[in-house]
Design a protein around this ligand. Sequence first.
Ligand SMILES: [Zn+2]
Length: 497
Amino acid sequence: MVYFYIMGLRCILEGGFIARESEKFEQFSEWFDRVLFTARIADNRYPVKGFIVYLENGWFVIERVRRRLEELLEEDGHFPMYFPIVATVENFSREAEHIKGFMGEVFAVGKLRLEGEEAPQEAPLILRPTSETIMYPMFALWISNHSDLPLKTHQSCAVYRYETKATRALYRVREIPWNEAHTAHASMEEAEEQVRKAVEIYSKVLDELGIAYLILRRPDFDKFAGADYSIAFDAWNPDGKVNQVATVHNLGTNFSRVFGIEFERREGGKAYVWQLCYGFGYSRVLAAVIAQHGDDLGPIFPPWVAPIQVVIVPIPYKGREVEVHRYAGEVYSLLKGRYRARLDDRPDATPGEKYYFWERRGVPLRVEVGPREVEKRTVVLARRDTGEKFTVPLEGLEGEVNRVFGEITRTLAERSKNRLSEQLVDVGSLEEGARSVELGKICRVSWCGSDECALSLKGSMGAEVRGYRYGVEERGERPCIVCGRPGKTYLYVSRAY
Ligand SMILES: [Zn+2]
């Protein structure tokens, strides 16, 4: 990657075009908070810690992502359901590991005690931090025979976690909008097959958004509370702290034993079902879209999720205002049926002000029309991702816009992938690892496979052990970075949200 500076801003040259993106790498928090607000994504001034208001652009992107994810889940046979937001403490406490993992961060709710009123008779309820213990007692009622399996359900909802660490809008919040899917199967093999499908579905949505990530199997000491094993999607972030956007957990029979989810097998006899749960964090995915693709001006939305996909800006010259506006209107009516298009004909703003306004809101494509375009029946297209401008004929414009959208999507994805590989480094010693973490890198270290060595990395490198690659066999060729025994595979270590 080639960097150079224009007026003190770090720029990169990509495919012959200039992309400005210095600030997010240097002052991520300030950049992110500003972008959330100026691009109308979220307002984090809500007066309850860890809760934010999603504004029109932020929620729009989440809605698009939700629809696409649900479509893919439903194609794979998941049915949508909706389960209550509360559970009793007793139900929640039934799986021992699960309760250990979550009890410290649950919200309790109950009737507000009014002045002079007796203390409430009912014990407080808990707000779901995740829904296993809410759904599985119901699964036990529904499943009794092999013909009831597989059971695959999903719901988009919010879960609540009492974060005690500093909160950050979209990344670390107390109200988390997500989709959670839960499945029950007749055999371990079927459950394993579903793990692969879940990973495939999540990868597809993230790929369509151009997000670059690593799929990592978490070390045993960091798996989901109550799971046999956990797989997570870690997206890179400009400040070097990876952003876990989705997880897939194989629960084995740990929960079915506790909740008594048994079935009559085809070959006779009873057995416990094999279960999975997996979650896709909408707010963190939105954060990844903004953080990975954004530049100094603000977000750059991939066209399929952009609240406004194309904005038309007339450039009137003295004496030719009427024809320019008429032509801009013609372009607008051509595009509005097919795209989320906007005609910016505000009389009190200059074209330059309009460019700036829509760039800051992440609109991926701008159409400019002036007297020259009127005469030649052409338009100028300006790409938000590269700044590239070019003239195309009005005839066939819809097809051209489609083509450019495809190119924008590809460019964003490619750029993001390059960044991820730039952020990844192989390190050979703990000192080098600690230095690299400090620089915001994701470190790959050789590992013997023992829990003790993995655990000790956290302290010696000042970072989280994220796990080893899922779906990619990486054989360790060097000795373990901690103990020096032969390496089995590679562990990924970085700071994290
Ligand atoms: Zn070791």
